[in-house]
Design a protein around this ligand. Structure first.
Ligand SMILES: Cc1cc2nc3c(=O)[nH]c(=O)nc-3n(C[C@H](O)[C@H](O)[C@H](O)COP(=O)(O)OP(=O)(O)OC[C@H]3O[C@@H](n4cnc5c(N)ncnc54)[C@H](O)[C@@H]3O)c2cc1C
Length: 296
């Protein structure tokens, strides 16, 4: 049994905003795979829910004329993975969300819920950080756009106001065109296990495929929020592709992360993963971009 005080099914975005305005305690529910667990555990027992499930304008993936990819936040993980635009332009995101939970979870869990829960282990988060995602919020005052670098304010917390709904996730053309990428999730089992550590890399290579032109390196569970390792990224620019580069980037990342010990893994083990996954994710991203002698 779920202890729910009130349930309101919103008809559209405006209706959902009004419903949130009318009830300062109400909680948005999309796929419900986080919210319902919290209600059952008692953390959200007795809450009122505003459902955005089934609002068509919040679902699907499209591309604007200028090449911006627009992802509806209520798009499920399965739909993200199977979407042609995602597969062609940002496969790293489709692969990342394909590692979440099991098939049932991926058919109900949404990418918007994964971003709005604010947790560092969210499988979409580090890829979206690499892709410089822009989060579009709609509230009573209108629409505002927040770069993902300004989204997270602490564990499980974001800049989203109570009356605001995430209505789109945008990826600009310059954030994906010419980049190849790779995401690695380290977990104890392949299914139904959140990440012990997640690492995403997107990389742009020089025309001759021998040097790094640009690098984006992001981690989940390496700090209280998902993070980018901006100094490591800067240091890698212009470097020749090869083992020395992969090794160095893994080591540099250690200077910017701050993982903690939990029942899942010790801080020391997570640091080891930061270095190793950074190295491997970069190497695979380079291979995906047909770079250097990375295959060797
Ligand atoms: C068995 C199990 C395994 C799991 N495994 C993984 C895993 O491997 N990797 C992983 O990343 N996650 C995992 N999760 C967590 C969860 O499935 C994901 O975080 C999922 O993306 C949540 O999406 P949802 O639509 O179900 O969110 P909901 O539960 O509906 O909402 C989650 C949060 O986001 C808010 N919210 C949702 N949509 C919006 C919106 N459009 N605007 C504003 N706020 C919104 C809600 O108010 C709530 O705070 C797992 C969960 C379960 C139950």
């Amino acid at each position: 049994m779920y202890d729910i005080e009130r349930f309101y099914q919103a008809k559209n975005i405006e209706d959902a905003v009004q419903a949130l305005r009318a009830d300062p305690e109400a909680v948005i529910i999309s796929g419900g795979s986080d919210v319902l667990i919290k209600i059952r555990e008692g953390k959200l027992a007795g809450c009122s829910l505003v459902s955005i499930h089934g609002i068509r304008e919040l679902e699907g993936v499209s591309m604007e004329e200028d090449g911006t990819i627009v992802i509806g936040p209520a798009t499920t993980f399965s739909h993200i993975t199977n979407n042609e635009i995602i597969q062609k332009h940002i496969p790293i995101l489709g692969n990342a969300v394909d590692m979440a939970g099991g098939p049932q979870l991926r058919n109900i869990g949404t990418v918007g819920g994964n971003v709005c829960n604010g947790v560092t282990s969210a499988d979409s988060a580090s890829s979206l950080c690499c892709l410089d995602a822009i989060l579009v919020l709609t509230g009573p005052e209108g629409v505002r756009e927040v770069p993902i670098s300004q989204w997270y304010t602490g564990p499980g917390r974001t800049v989203r106001g109570h009356e605001e709904i995430l209505t789109a996730i945008k990826i600009k053309r310059e954030s994906y065109e010419g980049y190849s990428g790779h995401y690695i999730k380290y977990g104890k089992r392949n299914a139904m296990e959140i990440a012990t550590l997640g690492c995403a890399v997107t990389v742009k290579l020089t025309e001759d495929r021998r040097y790094i032109e640009d690098l984006h390196l992001a981690y989940g569970v390496a700090a209280p929020t998902p993070i980018r390792c901006r100094e490591a990224e800067e240091r890698a620019k212009g470097m020749e592709i090869g083992e020395a580069l992969f090794e160095a980037v893994g080591k540099w990342a250690l200077e910017e992360v701050n993982p903690r010990s939990s029942w899942r893994a010790s801080k020391e083990f997570r640091l080891q993963l930061v270095e190793e996954l950074g190295k491997r994710a970069l190497k695979q991203a380079v291979i995906n971009g047909e770079g250097g002698n990375a295959h060797a």
